[in-house]
Design a protein around this ligand. Structure first.
Ligand SMILES: [Zn+2]
Length: 463
């Protein structure tokens, strides 16, 4: 049994979130990602179960990137006894240093809210999945690894990271398992898309035996969103939203999507395509993440421009609650970018509460809105919504969405990049529901028909 590795899929199998793959080779156990389950109540409940393996017996974690659905259970892993190294790029480590404590605060406040309800209903109270102290401890275990540099784990496993072009610091993992013959594995992590404003296009060598490939948007075709088309869409939305004493409210993910938006808005203002107005980033996490982006600007595409945009005179960041409240008193048209991206938490809910009933407001949705979220309800054109359990608000604001212009999609990249040369790889399609991965699987096979062989695609099941 010690000759061949076994891969166990403990998350992101038949579902989009909770990426966690265990590679077992004899006595060596390496975890690729350790992500939080997000989305429906049933999926979130998976975060409270015990790990289906013993965290004390994991030798190392290799992290593809900082997004919480890939990194968000690391503090729980450490709380449950893991004390080995967590390998990641320097960018990923710096982002995790702001995102994991933030995630811990969210866990704590969600549980506080839940326990108040449980107490009212005479139910048992629950403990948070982990605390800020657990997150702080997890951060001490990070070990930086540069791109394209081999790193050994145990006697027969080594790996190196390749730019995945998805997020600051994001990487695909090339894993080599010594044997006769050697086995070559690729864990794609989340990928691209190409032409992303702040990231260089993804890259990796070819010739794999096995590929664990994300297929989140596997049922959709790539939409070519160049800088020009993306900015053109944004320009149209800002122009349509501009009213004296109006506001454009943009619910946005705090990390990278917010920084991309600021760069695009400042670009459009500097080229005179839209009028210059205050741009307020109303999110403590986005403020901290922006500092990380400034630190790593040299490793990013358009990094120098981003730094200048973040320092533009009309771009302001709020940190304290008082600074956030002051946003309500801004006179004249302004743009507020606030987390969370699907309007489920964060300061965007305060802004929406204050503005949704006014005709001078526009809500611009720039990311995927999952079913059941306030963002999705707004996207579907609800006339009233309920915010912060107070009362229903009638919606008079306009809603717009440039989602399609900026949506990331990975469908084409892995086929070209991975099937390039000699391989007849087996694809394990992760990070997707069954439908997306089936459609993506057929696309892989069709794409490879002209070649010598076509890959076998499998949708893994959890465990
Ligand atoms: Zn991601």
């Amino acid at each position: 049994m010690s000759g061949q590795p076994i891969i166990h899929f403990h998350g992101a199998a038949g579902t989009v979130t909770g990426s966690c793959h265990l590679v077992e080779l004899g006595e060596t156990r390496v975890l690729v990602d350790c992500g939080l389950f997000q989305g429906s109540k049933t999926e979130k409940e998976l975060n409270y179960r015990a790990f289906p393996f013993d965290p004390r017996k994991i030798d190392a974690v290799i992290l593809t990137h900082a997004h919480i659905d890939h990194s968000g259970l690391l503090p729980k892993l450490v709380k449950d006894g893991f004390d080995g190294p967590i390998f990641a790029t320097p960018g990923t480590i710096d982002l995790c240093s702001v995102m994991l404590p933030d995630s811990a605060h969210i866990q704590e406040s969600e549980v506080e809210h839940l326990n108040r309800r449980n107490q009212r209903r005479g139910r048992r109270t629950v403990a948070p999945i982990y605390t800020p102290e657990d997150a702080a401890l997890a951060i001490t275990l990070f070990r930086p690894v540069g791109l394209e540099t081999w790193q050994a784990v145990g006697e027969r496993i080594r790996f190196r990271l390749w730019n995945a072009g998805h997020l600051l610091g994001s990487a695909s993992i090339e894993m080599e398992i010594a044997g006769s013959p050697d086995l070559r594995l690729l864990f794609s992590g989340d990928l691209g898309p190409s032409h992303k404003l702040l990231q260089f296009d993804p890259e990796a060598p070819s010739g794999w035996d096995y590929v664990v490939c994300e297929s989140t948007y596997g049922d959709r075709d790539r939409l070519e969103a160049t800088d020009k088309t993306r900015r053109e869409a944004l320009r149209g939305e800002v122009v349509a939203a501009t009213r004296s004493d109006g506001a454009l409210l943009v619910p946005s993910f705090a990390v990278e999507r917010t920084q991309e938006l600021v760069a695009d808005l400042v670009y459009l203002m500097q080229t005179g395509e839209i009028a210059t107005c205050p741009v307020i980033i109303d999110s403590p996490l986005a403020t901290r993440a922006s500092a990380v982006f400034r630190k790593h600007a040299k490793s990013m595409d358009n990094g120098a421009f981003l730094v200048r945009a973040l320092q533009a005179r009309n771009v302001r960041f709020t940190e304290t609650v008082e600074q956030s409240k002051a946003v309500d008193f801004i006179k004249g048209f302004h743009i507020v970018i606030a987390a969370s991206g699907m309007c489920e938490a964060g300061r965007i809910r305060h802004r929406l509460k204050n503005w949704l009933w006014r005709e001078e407001a526009t809500v611009l949705l720039v990311g995927y809105q999952a079913t059941g979220t306030l963002g999705r309800i707004l996207e579907e054109g609800a006339s009233t919504v309920r915010i912060q359990e107070t009362r229903s608000r009638s919606v008079r604001a306009s809603e717009s969405s440039i989602f399609t212009a900026v949506m990331p999609t990975a469908r084409n990249w892995p086929i070209g990049c991975v099937c390039g040369n000699r391989c007849e790889p087996v694809f394990f399609l992760s990070m997707a529901r069954t439908r997306e991965s089936q459609v993506f699987g057929s696309a892989c096979r069709v794409s490879c028909q002209s070649k010598r062989s076509s890959p076998l695609t499998l949708t893994p099941h959890s465990g």
